[in-house]
Design a protein around this ligand. Structure first.
Ligand code: ZN
Ligand code: ZN
Length: 251
């Protein structure tokens, strides 16, 4: 992705500001989702991709969870995990033959246990890292644009991990101000909501109905931890947005 020019990723970035949760988390999730689709529908036949997936032992827990909820996942998963399991079976078998006291040594983190470790990273995590860097770069490059900045100011804002990454990538005061001022306002609103929520939980005020602060305890966790489709504003609410995932992992 190029950092200049208002092409599709720019408009994706503008649109994502108006949706539930951190826009970077959402766009990164979509990138990983497209990558997993490509693996299922095309790349399981590509020997290089198969080799990578064999040595990474498939995917990390986060991306296994995404894969589990995909339609059409069964055959591709069977092919990927058969390669990994064959390799693990061979490694374990060879280790057992060479060392009769295998289990004792595995418990002691003997060097031979390394043979059961993946030797390559989860390939979807590589996409996750590069997509986050690309979209944050794009956000910073165009944050002075009226359309993007207005959308960013009105939106849910960034989760803390992506805010930290964005701040670290800024080299001028004006961009820092454009990024941080709306975020401070969002944090202040959230603090007001938290105060109000905690006050209403006091038995003396139990009769008062909860307002938009009713799920702020969820939204504050989402803000600090991040996660695609996990709303940060009272407008979107703190529960997972219906358009992210299959619903299997919903709260
Ligand atoms: Zn995020
Ligand atoms: Zn992963």
């Amino acid at each position: 992705m190029k950092a200049q020019g208002k092409h599709t990723p720019y408009f994706e970035l503008v649109d994502a500001q108006a949706q539930a949760g951190c826009p970077i988390c959402r766009l990164v999730y979509k990138s990983c989702d497209r990558f997993l689709d490509a693996i299922l529908y095309e790349a399981t036949l590509d020997p290089r991709v198969r080799l990578d997936l064999k040595h990474s032992h498939g995917f990390c827990p986060e991306h296994v969870e995404m894969m589990r909820s995909k339609p059409g996942r069964a055959l591709g998963s069977a092919l990927i995990y058969r390669d990994a399991l064959r390799m693990l079976t061979e490694a374990l078998d060879a280790t057992a033959v060479a060392r009769p006291n295998l289990w004792q040594r595995l418990r002691k983190h003997d060097r031979r246990a390394d043979e059961l470790e993946p030797s390559r990273p989860c390939p979807a995590c590589k996409i996750k890292t590069s997509a986050a860097a690309d979209y944050i770069g794009l956000l910073l490059a165009h944050l002075g644009d009226e359309t993007l900045h207005a959308a960013y100011t009105a939106g849910d804002g960034l989760c803390l991990p992506h805010l930290r990454q964005a701040v670290a990538g800024i080299h001028d005061d004006e961009t820092l101000r454009l990024l941080v001022e709306p975020q401070v306002a969002r944090y202040q609103q959230m603090l007001t909501d938290l105060d109000e929520y905690i006050r209403k939980r006091d038995h003396r005020f139990r009769g008062e109905k909860m307002g938009p602060e009713g799920d702020v305890w969820l939204r504050v966790m989402n803000t600090i931890t991040g996660g695609a489709g996990l709303g940060l504003s009272a407008k979107h609410g703190g529960r997972r947005s219906k358009d992210i995932g299959s619903g299997l992992a919903e709260l």
